[in-house]
Design a protein around this ligand. Structure first.
Ligand SMILES: [Zn+2]
Length: 197
């Protein structure tokens, strides 16, 4: 696992790509740092945990915190339980599709993918490794705890390039509804901020 210091030294464009055979489409799989929870099948969890988030392909759905469980039902059908990020995110169909494709690539029978809405996902569920990878990708990770309150007045957003705290919000909705567009006043670079929910 890369430390956040290594990760901040520069963006590693090999994330999610096969580097031995030149450029390809982004991989459906990426690293996962989250062990199987109690009640999950270890092998099924490992397969599901490595599925990449369609919008942020350096981040696994386990590190994003949306993968809840993976186990076999009594009749032997793989079950994958995920909790959507927020209603504005259109990625859930793509995530379900990616899970099915990765299972097929590993010769695992097609899973039933269940959406569980409660308890609601929050950015607190994102792993430390996930936050570090977001920053390496040039997206400022969420700061603070969602549970601390719905308003985060005065909370500085750190520039993922130069780490300056002198940043400003340009638009509330960035490239997707999950992200806001910020700009760094020091290095002048715009960047996406993954909003705290
Ligand atoms: Zn900057």
């Amino acid at each position: 696992m890369r430390s956040s210091e290594e990760a901040s030294a520069g963006v590693d464009f090999s994330f999610g790509f096969d580097t031995d055979s030149g450029y390809r489409a982004p991989s459906l799989e990426t690293e996962s740092s989250v062990p199987a929870p109690v009640g999950s099948d270890a092998a099924l969890w490992e397969t599901a945990a490595h599925v990449a988030d369609p919008e942020i392909p350096v981040l696994s759905i386990a590190d994003l915190g949306i993968l809840r469980a993976a186990y076999y039902s009594e009749d032997g059908v793989p079950q994958v339980v995920i909790t959507p990020t927020y209603s504005g995110c259109p990625a859930m169909d793509a995530i379900t599709s990616n899970i099915r494709r990765v299972f097929a690539q590993h010769q695992i029978p097609e899973p039933a993918v269940q959406l569980v809405l409660s308890p609601a996902w929050s950015t607190d569920w994102m792993s430390e490794a996930g936050r570090a990878r977001l920053e390496a990708y040039g997206i400022a990770p969420p700061t603070g705890k969602a549970a601390a309150g719905r308003v985060h007045l005065g909370m500085a957003v750190k520039c993922p390039r130069c780490h300056s705290l002198a940043t400003e919000e340009l638009t509330r909705f960035g490239s997707t509804s999950c992200k806001a567009l910020y700009r760094c006043r020091d290095c002048q670079e715009p960047f996406d901020y993954f909003k705290v929910h």
